[in-house]
Design a protein around this ligand. Structure first.
Ligand SMILES: *Cc1c(COP(=O)(O)O)cnc(C)c1O
Length: 404
């Protein structure tokens, strides 16, 4: 268990298997007690579920993270066509995305295994999160991002937290291949979601949703899908939760891709008979991935949850984002794919209007301020452009549409 190795020598991915002897009801009450007091987990919404993640005695490298809200907002629910919709805002984690949940576990395990340096390829949020947790653990951090394709807020975080940041002339998929080779050759611990401990942490998004709902699963969990780590982690969480008797019923997973980065959707449409790789392009840079690393385990995730995969246009993503933003919540473009995808699935009758859903918002509004400014400066519905005025009360009054 203490091997720093995170990939199999066969080239495949590794998976963590747990041997828990505890029963569902006893685990549930233990997790509920820790919501009130948990000195070991330090109040983390990840480490509260530690029996299901990384058993043993150790001090976690925690901020703490998790404990993100489940928002209910009528305008967003109406927009999707559902009555019972909750938004799980993972953008309210310490570095502004769900990546912190996987990172606290993977960095804790890397430190236990004696790592001195960690690395990742990233569309931005993984690098921001890894940089923060590596700084806390005193590890050297090496970040590989596609040059010119990372939102400024995310790049700024990696630099600020002190990661050595490499702008690679290539897309995310190229960055991931490079970091897999480099970490293997140079003995650096890889912290992409290939690393099985990342997925263990990301399971807690679902575990926390279940806990917040009094252990009553929704009908659907809807998630933006890029490298497919979350899709895989969610199904693993549900499989284990049902196996232990924490829940009785499996919710269905809906994975949502951007039309310009839709290899998983294409495969889904062939009944997963064919695997696709595409050249990815989308405004939702966090899911701008053409060759998802967790493809195989995500196929299993969709199969075993009777799930679906869909894809939505950049236009639909930006419109859904404007609705989430204007509700006073806000999220980054990739996050809004869940809301746009849910609306699409309700319209197609795949999700029924009477069903309940939790849509995951994966990242914070301020991660990608450029896209927000560009959207509101362009023409179309839901725009709210800034207005420049003379510094007089009369000018303000004119703007409010009043006359003296
Ligand atoms: C990483 C990320 C995703 C993609 O998640 P996968 O697990 O790679 O499918 C989606 N949204 C945001 C904001 C992200 O940072």
């Amino acid at each position: 268990m203490l091997s720093p190795r995170v990939q199999c020598s066969c080239g495949g991915l590794l998976e963590v298997l747990h041997e828990s002897k505890a029963s569902g009801p006893s685990l549930r009450s233990r997790f509920d007690r820790r919501r009130v007091s948990d000195p070991v987990g330090q109040g983390s919404g990840v480490w509260r579920f530690r029996e299901l993640l990384l058993p043993g005695r150790f001090d976690p490298v925690t901020h703490p993270e998790g404990n993100t809200p489940l928002y209910r907002r009528d305008p967003v629910a109406r927009y999707t066509g559902l009555v019972d919709l909750a938004l799980k805002h993972e953008g309210e984690n310490p570095t502004g995305s769900f990546k912190d949940r996987g990172m606290t576990v993977a960095v804790t395990q890397a430190a236990r295994a004696g790592a001195t340096a960690v690395a990742c390829a990233s569309t931005g949020n993984t690098s921001a999160s890894m940089a923060a947790y590596a700084a806390q653990a005193g590890l050297t951090a090496l970040v590989f991002v596609p040059a010119g394709k990372v939102a400024a807020g995310k790049l700024a975080q990696a630099l600020a937290y002190g990661a050595r940041t490499l702008l690679v002339r290539g897309d995310f998929d190229r960055c991931l291949r490079l970091v897999r080779e480099a970490s293997e050759a140079l003995g650096i611990t890889l912290l992409n979601s290939i690393n099985p401990w990342r997925l263990e942490g990301q399971k807690t998004i679902v575990l926390e949703v279940l806990q917040q709902r009094g252990w009553e699963p929704p009908d659907w969990i809807v998630v933006p899908a890029g490298n497919l780590g979350n899709t895989a982690a969610f199904a693993k969480a549900l499989r284990e939760a049902r196996g232990l008797g924490i829940i009785r019923r499996m919710p269905r997973i809906a994975s949502v891709q951007a039309t310009g980065a839709n290899p998983f959707y294409r495969s889904f449409r062939t009944g997963f008979r064919r695997r696709f790789r595409v050249k990815a392009e989308t405004v939702a840079t966090a899911i701008r991935i053409g060759d998802p690393a967790s493809y195989d385990r995500a196929v299993r995730a969709i199969r075993e949850t009777d799930g679906v995969v869909t894809a939505v246009s950049d236009r639909a993503i930006l419109e859904a984002k404007a609705v989430v933003d204007a509700a006073g919540i806000g999220c980054e473009p990739a996050s809004a794919a869940s809301v746009a995808g849910l609306r699409h699935l309700v319209r197609r009758g795949v999700v029924k209007a009477g069903e309940s859903a939790v849509a995951i918002l994966t990242g914070h509004l301020l991660k990608d301020a450029e896209t927000v400014m560009r959207f509101h400066a362009s023409r179309g519905a839901r725009r709210n452009p800034p207005v420049e005025i003379e510094p007089t009360v009369a000018a303000v009054e004119r703007l409010l549409g009043r006359r003296r």
